[in-house]
Design a binder for this molecule. Sequence first.
Ligand SMILES: [Zn+2]
Ligand SMILES: [Zn+2]
Length: 725
Amino acid sequence: MSQSGQAVAQIALPVPLPQCFDYLPVPGHALPPVGSRVLVPFGRRRLVGLVLGHGESQTPANKLKAIEAVLDEGLIGPDLLALHAWASRYYAYPTGEATQLLLPPALRRAKAFRAAGPNGFELTPAGHVAAAEETSKRAPAQAKAMDALRQGARTKTQLTEHGIKAATLKTLVDKGWITPTALIETMSPVPGPTLNAEQSAALDAIVSKPDGYQAFLLAGVTGSGKTEVYLQAARHALDRGLQVLMMIPEIGLTAQLIRRVESRLGVRCHVYHSDLSEGERLSCWQDAMAGRAQVVIGTRSSVFLPFQSLGLMVVDEEHDASFKQMDGARYQGRDLAVVRAKSLDIPIVLGSATPSLESLNNAKQGRYQTLVLNERPGDAIQPTWRILDQRGQHDGLSPELTDKIAGHLKRGGQVLLYRNRRGFAPVLMCQACGWQADCHRCSAHMTLHQSQQRLQCHHCGHQSPTPRRCPSCGDPQLVPLGTGTERLETVLSGLFPDWPVHRVDRDAMSGRHDFERLLAEVKDGGPCILVGTQMLAKGHHLPKVTLAAVLDVDQALFSGDFRAPERLGQVVYQVAGRAGRIASTSGQVSEFVLQTRHPEHALLTQLCQGDYRAFAARLLDERQAAGLPPSEALVLLRAEAHQPEAVIAFLRSAMAPLAQAGLQVQGPIASIMPKRGGYWRYQLWIQAPSRRALIDGISSTWPRLYDLPTAKKVRWHVDVDPVEL
Ligand SMILES: [Zn+2]
Ligand SMILES: [Zn+2]
């Protein structure tokens, strides 16, 4: 055995263990370079792994296994490996997650990576000669293809659009007349509107230093034209031959955005998210790597795409909680995008009408440059705000609001009502004995879904038929309490039979394109009522809405989550932004209404000052005074098990090692929902004098927690910068 040890590759594998594994090179070969995709034996299985490093092992060679095959040499570049290394340390997740984050699903299996072929065709010299000859005897399909290519190279997509079939192209390739060639797909861009002064200033700032890192917070009220700024900044990057990544919270409604980006920039958009097929994801991944994808629109996982030459990143709706990955390797996609932009030395734009306190704090500290868009283009006007008291109302609508709805519909306006509760009623109760339908697996009530005659738990998915009698006392009088969107739809249809009522929630809009179709219909349609959940609040362009309302804010006023006021503010301003986009010349007054049983609550008074950033600045001061994020960093050590005692025992035993690392630890504290899906959930709150000390302390401690005897009886994980408690 040599004293210096064996040269080994350190390989990340998709197994639930924190470390990398050492392997010898393929016999007779050198170690594969870092970033290579390899196939290795693991127990009785063969797994695909990524080489993350080289090292020396003191284990005798005969105890080490060798790499079976190198599938792709140096597939993942240093840029992404560094991003992953940073993220796995900062977010305290196992290094082995690299394969899950850096490889699209198709490449996590033992198949060699085949780069997609060129995306277009051109005539060969022989083809040019053939094309110039008399073509009357040629098969018409071939003649058509040759004709199209006489003008120059064409992409497969363009040829397909001409009605030319793949089989025809193959025949022509076999004849030696045409040959595959790589093309960038372009269309003729449609010129955009002229930017107003604020938009121009924002654009100038973003493109002023295209070769250096700078994070911009683009704080623009709804309808102020943030997207136009993104598009023109993207134009600059494309003109310099660079790629653009545009991150969005959810993929549900991207069709509108994609069409806009394609027509304005004249390039084909690539899309990347987890709802795509494996083949679609792989081909976007390959196109990004080869530089063929000029503009990619993607959800949080797109932050790990392998770009050839990325020149600009945009994170739209940056405040949205769905940028945070909540299971497996937990990371905040928005924040990682900033880390990546910094390491690539390129500009990044974080845009929102209601920026997160995290980003506002970064701006306040001078880390981000704030660009403000306050003006709404054209003659769109701000709605007037009203707080309405809903005490004593059982169907969720106060009489004043009902009157307003009638008024707006009669004047030809559309009405948007936001209620963040699906189903008919959030509680089913027995009037005789007070029994309530609760989920036996969660600390939560079951929601009544009237049309399906079922009770549903919205936290674990548990369902049961609606009981005919009280299971406790047998009384048949079971009453639904509270109001969900399904009930509102029923009530509104009864009150306003002459106008359509559209319900927008996951139950009513289950098909992939249902909501898109509805939006298109409503956009061009007459007066109607839209009632729905979060789906409705997000940046859709509904120019005919003149009345918007948030129907019940009271839960957020008394939540134990310190982020609840921020989220409430974001929802309220997003919904309010839906109203008042109509031109004032039409004579319509636009209104925003907030219903509550606590009209005097200080938070609501602050909210109704009508300026989100002033509201957020006040919240930021409060967080600072309380030592809460984003002023102070926070990490949670969460654990869950069927037995609450096991959870508490584990968290208690974790406290000593954490404290030894210089961390301030509080707990165990029950989660806001103490029981979910049959698991009891508790957490430790961990803080430190500085973010650096916190991350250092966590990263040196968390791998050791696996060794605690109490750790075997619970599921646990570290959550850095948590977004839910
Ligand atoms: Zn009863
Ligand atoms: Zn449940």
